[in-house]
Write a protein that binds this ligand. Structure first.
Ligand code: BT5
Length: 274
């Protein structure tokens, strides 16, 4: 387990500081756990969820040693300049709502980033981009309980003030940070408070089943639809035009023979034109 920090870190992340100007009603109001270094905030959140931590518990770390992405991939998490957090949710919704939760979180992250003055874009299903480079990612891990989503650990990583040379070589050409894009530093704590506020709003829409509103918002930020894409599925690859999102959040891709494919989970790469 990582080292628990509740004194103020030099860069301002502490549970007291986070709660001070938090505008949420419940998200983060009961517990915000700040760590200096953990393997992964999702691992910590999973552990706390199993121990019965309430919905809305937030776990934040200054650095991760084994931050993870989907499908066993890693999330580069250097100290001091990024936001690495996980939130315990207990939506009690059917499993087929799962893709919607990723899109809901994407809208919240994009809305929070937009308040810094940037125009982020969402790439289906879980990437947050700025000018085509990845600035953030979402990883949701669920525990099913009696055929409902018992708890969902919502993990979010955002490169806030990360410098180019802090990215490992493998992601340097794909990644950016808010600081690199804006050419000025961004307050991690302020961004985190805005993000929690946005998440609370959008998660409440999710819980009421009002997915129309979420989809509409997602489409304001999206940059996948209408593009030629390559989709990496577990056992095959699909090339076609990303035509639309279905009301449950799945992506519809039309291949060159005109067949329409429903993509529930996969990796999408935008094909270059020309
Ligand atoms: C994601 O996975 O994008 C989900 C990332 C979620 C990270 C958060 S941090 C807090 C919480 N705790 C965790 O352990 N994880 C969550 P995926 O779509 O699989 O993308 C992973 C890919 O993104 C990698 O294979 C790299 O190519 C790239 N990548 C890794 N680190 C990056 C970074 N810092 N910035 C931009 N791209 C990165």
């Amino acid at each position: 387990m990582g080292q628990y920090m509740d004194q103020r870190l030099p860069n301002g992340l502490s549970s007291r500081a986070i709660k001070e100007h938090l505008r949420t009603r419940w998200l983060g109001q009961r517990a915000v756990c700040c760590f200096d270094v953990v393997e992964s905030t999702n691992t910590e959140a999973n552990r706390l969820a199993r121990e019965g931590a309430p919905e809305g518990t937030v776990i934040v770390a200054n650095a991760q040693t084994r931050g993870r992405g989907r499908l066993g991939r890693s999330w580069v998490s250097p100290p001091g300049n990024g936001l690495y957090l996980s939130i315990i949710l207990r939506p009690g919704c059917p499993p087929d709502w799962f893709p919607r939760l990723t899109l809901t979180a994407g809208v919240a992250v994009a809305s929070a980033i937009q308040e810094t003055g940037m125009r982020p874009q969402l790439k289906w299903p879980n990437d947050i981009l700025i000018a085509g480079r990845k600035v953030g990612g979402i990883l949701i891990e669920t525990v099913f309980d009696n055929r409902q989503i018992g708890s969902a650990i919502l993990g979010i990583g955002i490169n806030v003030n990360t410098e180019q040379d802090e990215f490992s070589i493998s992601v340097r050409n794909l990644a950016t940070s808010l600081r690199l894009s804006l050419d000025k530093p961004v307050s991690r704590i302020h961004l985190l408070q805005t993000l929690l506020y946005q998440l609370e709003q959008w998660y409440e829409f999710f819980c009421t089943g009002d997915f129309e509103t979420i989809l509409e918002a997602w489409c304001q930020f999206e940059n996948t639809l209408g593009r030629m894409v390559k989709v990496f599925l577990s056992e095959r690859r699909l090339v076609g035009v990303a035509e639309a999102l279905e009301s449950d959040g799945t992506l519809l891709v039309r291949d060159k023979r005109g067949c329409l494919h429903r993509v529930v989970a996969g990796d999408v790469v935008h094909c270059r034109i020309g």
